[in-house]
Design a protein around this ligand. Structure first.
Ligand code: CO
Length: 303
């Protein structure tokens, strides 16, 4: 950075990160996750996909599971179907095993990500591969447009070391799961919604500026510490366990003020179609939902 001119009384000019930032988005809502139970009785925090916050198009659901008490997770998610969207599992700690009806098996270890396109249908299970210790991670549901809802199922299993980390000044670390940061591209290929999915780790008194696609919807979920969404017209503190939906704009500025913080940044191109959802199926119409149930009951789904 240049030395400020002698005698300057105005604040120093923006740092290099600002040049690319544009107008940082404000946090337009702040919602606390709701304790819930899913699968065969896994306790989790439902952050998105609740009555209060049902949808941030194209994102349908975000759950955080975090417990070091095995009875909160040991029952896992036995065989169940999906149709019409994509599920993303992001592991921070612990180990799960995936099996599905199209023959994929996957070992999801700490730091790994699994991106599953259910498309026309898949039956899968996600079961803990540990009897004790910390299990911590997220599951995100990403909708598909009508033209892709009945596509062939696809499974992308990404090991922890295949997810690049960008380190910024001040030891800010960004794991790039999807999208591009400083020219570094994440491994996920999801053409329908062109998602940006970042795991941002902010030391105390640090900042992360990043350009986001202008037409994308997005949110920030604070999963450790308090993250500040420093927007164009407001600064908003997002405490741990809360989700902040981002307003319009073309950039994002996150800060950790007093203490270190970690957040997921999730952003995607909205689909803008009707959403008919029930349990594990997400379609456009109720008739398509009923067809999904019929196909599942008659054994046609996932075969
Ligand atoms: Co599932």
């Amino acid at each position: 950075m240049d030395t400020p001119a002698a005698g300057a009384t105005t604040p120093t000019p923006p740092t290099s990160g600002d040049a690319a930032l544009g107008s940082p988005r404000d946090a337009v809502s702040l919602t606390r996750g709701v304790p819930a139970s899913d699968g065969a009785g896994v306790r989790l925090l439902r952050v998105l996909g609740t009555q209060v916050l049902p949808l941030v198009d194209p994102f349908l659901m975000l759950d955080e599971f975090r417990s070091d008490d095995a009875k909160d997770y040991i029952a896992g998610f036995p065989d169940h179907p999906h149709r019409g969207f994509e599920t993303v599992t992001i592991m921070l700690a612990g180990r799960m095993q995936h099996r599905d009806s199209v023959g994929n098996t996957g070992d999801l270890g700490p730091g790994s990500v699994q991106w599953m396109t259910a498309g026309r249908g898949i039956i899968h299970s996600e079961m803990p591969k540990q009897q004790d210790g910390l299990m911590w991670g997220f599951q995100l549901w990403v909708n598909l447009p009508a033209k892709d809802k009945m596509t062939a199922p696809r499974y992308q299993d990404i090991e922890a070391d295949a997810i690049p980390t960008v380190t910024r000044a001040g030891d800010v670390e960004v794991r790039v799961i999807a999208g591009t940061v400083d020219g570094v591209r994440g491994p996920i290929d999801a053409a329908a919604t062109e998602p940006v999915l970042l795991d941002v780790r902010l030391p105390a008194s640090s900042r992360f500026d990043h350009r986001l696609p202008t037409g994308h919807n997005g949110f920030v979920y604070a999963y450790e510490g308090d993250v500040v969404v420093a927007g164009t017209s407001s600064d908003r503190v997002v405490p741990r366990g809360h989700i902040a939906v981002l307003g319009p704009g073309d950039g994002l500025r996150l800060r950790a003020d007093g203490a270190a913080a970690k957040a997921l940044v999730v952003c995607g191109r909205p689909i803008g179609e009707p959403v008919a959802r029930y349990g594990p199926f997400v379609m456009n119409t109720n008739a398509e939902l009923e067809q999904a149930f019929r196909d599942y009951r008659s054994g046609k789904l996932g075969r």
